[in-house]
Design a binder for this molecule. Sequence first.
Ligand code: NI
Length: 251
Amino acid sequence: MFIDTHCHLSLEDYDDISSVIEKNREAHISKMIISGCTRDTIEESLSLTDTYPDVFATIGYHPSEATKTTDEDLALLEKQIQHPKVVGIGEIGLDYHYGKEDMEKQKDLFRKQLRLASISHLPVVIHSRDAVEDTIQILKEFPDVKGDIHCFSGSLEVARIYLSMGYLLGIGGVVTFKNSHLKEVVKEVGISKILLETDAPYLAPEPFRGQKNASCMIPIIADKLSEILEIPVKEVAFQTTLNAENLFDLH
Ligand code: NI
């Protein structure tokens, strides 16, 4: 059995959510942690967790929402995280890929949500794109907060910094891409520091790269980790499930 620690499940991307979930179950996905990271998808995610026993959620405002997110949204988020199936705050973070015009707003939103994580003792799911230095610097302001560096794509050196701060690395389809440097990172950090994720509907693994992703692709990622680490896939499943259960308190 596997846990997909980070995916998106929304009518924006899938016509028939219940059949997607059914397929995921057939692929031995025991739990799906979906990420609601906009005003609408937060509501939608909470309602999906009410409908499906194996669906959990992390919620929080994505950095791309920085200019749109209001104090009212954040006050509501504080209430929404009390939902019994909310297991973390995220994805939150910094994204400078399309520019830095809203950098200060992104940092402010990031800090506010880290503060909320600290107060509520919830783990965080971090989205960091082209913003490693600022991400690390801000995370260091909240040493009691722990979490998942979602879709980790940095160097081994950066991986070691996050691990030393108590974070785990979310590894998904990118590790199956030809020439991905993540293979080397995975080999060095080992299975005890890794969370499996798809980031569906994005980032489908090879040989499905470019197609619509879903949690049922998790076994392909697990097979790749088994190959890189030279351990049985059973062990990948067991250890990554344990890592996810511990971080997100899924016992
Ligand atoms: Ni995501």
